[in-house]
Design a protein around this ligand. Structure first.
Ligand code: HEM
Length: 450
């Protein structure tokens, strides 16, 4: 450690207050740390040292300039490994590099382009199930929608949409949140009601997904989905992915892809409901480009408003609102001392609210993401998919999905919102804290003018 390196600023909060606030409202706590400490603030959660980084320069430092000093953190691994095994989200080093190299090509544009139309069709089928004039719970419908999409995309299967598996995934996520926000969470092996519930959920997930993978392995069938691509991919030594690894990757992809997307599209529709002028612009664009036909990948460049709405949603409500890293050795960040074992937190939620980059940051303004304006943003200022070698492997797919769903839902439905604001809460992802109930009106591009 260089002599003279100082400790990062600390907030004036007791350890007890920090532990309580982190459980109650983690983002409010981080906002308070930033307000008191500025771009970098250090605090403790029980025995753990934490450091919050809140500037594009510090993000660059940790993700790009010396990523070798940090890993995903034992703290995060402890919460995720029981659910995801050693998939991309939980692996490091050589295993992560090998897996990333094998998996990333499956997300290249040539593989994902046909999915634009399939996503649009799935969204149209869901909308057709909504009785005209009925009230729906937006988040639970968007969960059904993204479960269908992820099930088809990964496995060509409707199994994720069915009740058991959906509930099991929710239970597993609740445990993850518990493990991430307690100083010393009890491991799953201690038979508390919470652990028993989670173990039952993991059993359901394992047996249902395991059966699908096994059947595919033995049948030799290769429908057009990610599982087929991952079955056929080979590493540098021409070896296929081992079945156990394949299972961990599929569970990881389900976990990473489904709820993040459901939350994001729910927030996008909510924001459109609160901004009828923007909703009208989206409808006008969709009517002019698509009329009543089903969207295809070739239409996407003609639907910039839908994409800008989705990106502005990710700015205000980034599903991954806090990203964790663990310091592997004593190091420095922003010139301050960071000890080995410290958890470094980067919060896209806070970064996206920096007044200097996003003036009037609470205002919903998709114009921030016109092509020109987006190009002018500083690097590492907009971070919904993270950065560095763990950057979201499904980022391109997610943006396409968001654009397709914003457009397709506006094409066939008009949602009537109660005029109420909805608070958010961090439950692994950033979700609405209360159900958002909306009334569905069907529309047809030819007959509804705005
Ligand atoms: C709106 C939707 C999504 C958001 C906001 C999101 C966000 C993120 C973020 C912030 C990370 C980096 C985590 C870190 O650095 O520790 C990440 C990683 C990851 N995401 Fe996403 N994601 C989304 C959708 C998806 C989809 C659709 C997939 C796949 C089908 C996916 C698969 C993954 C995987 C496998 C990783 C780990 C990558 C690695 O470590 O190499 N995500 N995601």
């Amino acid at each position: 450690m260089a002599p003279g390196v100082t400790r990062a600023p600390r907030p004036s909060l007791s350890t007890l207050t920090i532990a309580r606030e982190l459980r109650r409202d983690p983002l409010a706590l981080l906002e308070r740390v930033t307000a008191e400490c500025g771009d970098i603030g250090a605090f403790r959660l029980g025995p753990r040292r934490m450091v919050l980084l809140n500037s594009p320069a510090l993000v660059r430092e940790i993700y790009v300039e010396h990523p070798e000093d940090f890993d995903r953190s034992s703290y995060q691994r402890r919460a995720l490994t029981p659910l995801l095994g050693r998939g991309l989200l939980t692996s490091e080093g050589a295993l992560h590099a090998r897996q990333r190299q094998m998996i990333a090509p499956a997300f290249h544009a040539r593989h994902i382009a046909p999915w634009a139309e399939r996503m649009a069709e799935i969204a149209h089928r869901l909308q057709a199930e909504w009785p005209a004039g009925a009230e729906i719970d937006l988040l639970s419908e968007m969960n059904r929608l993204t479960m269908s999409i992820v099930g088809q995309l990964l496995l060509s299967s409707g199994v994720l949409r069915e009740g058991d598996l959906g509930r099991a995934v929710t239970t597993a996520f609740a445990w993850e949140m518990y493990a991430l926000t307690r100083p010393l969470p009890l491991p799953l092996s201690v038979p508390t009601p919470r652990s028993l519930r989670t173990r039952r959920a993991l059993h359901t997930i394992r047996s249902q997904l395991g059966t699908i993978i096994e059947r595919r392995l033995t049948s030799g069938q290769r429908p057009d989905d990610l599982l087929s691509l991952l079955l056929d991919v080979r590493d540098e030594t021409d070896a296929a992915m081992e079945p156990r690894q394949l299972y961990d990757e599929i569970v990881t992809l389900c976990g990473a892809a489904q709820e993040t997307s459901a939350d994001a599209i729910t927030w996008a529709l909510y924001l459109l409901g609160r901004h009828p002028d923007v909703a009208r612009q989206v409808r006008d664009e969709v009517d002019a480009v698509l009329g009543e036909r089903v969207l295809t990948h070739a239409d996407l460049p003609e639907l910039p408003r839908s994409l800008a709405v989705f990106k502005e949603t990710l700015r205000l409500y980034p599903p991954a609102s806090v990203i964790l890293r663990g310091a592997l050795r004593d190091t420095t960040l922003g010139g301050y001392r960071v000890r080995r074992g410290t958890i470094a937190l980067v919060s896209p939620y806070l970064l996206h609210r920096r007044e200097a980059v996003f003036p009037d940051p609470e205002r919903f303004d998709p114009n921030r993401f016109t092509r020109e304006n987006e190009r002018a943003l500083p690097k590492f200022a907009f971070l919904p998919f993270g950065a560095g070698h763990h950057v979201c492997v499904g980022g391109g797919l997610s943006l396409m999905e968001g654009q397709v769903l914003v457009a397709t839902l506006a094409q066939r439905s008009q949602l009537e919102f109660a005029d109420a604001t909805v608070a958010h809460e961090l439950v692994v992802n950033l979700r609405p804290a209360a159900p958002i109930r909306v009334r569905v009106h069907r529309r047809s591009a030819q007959t509804v003018a705005g």
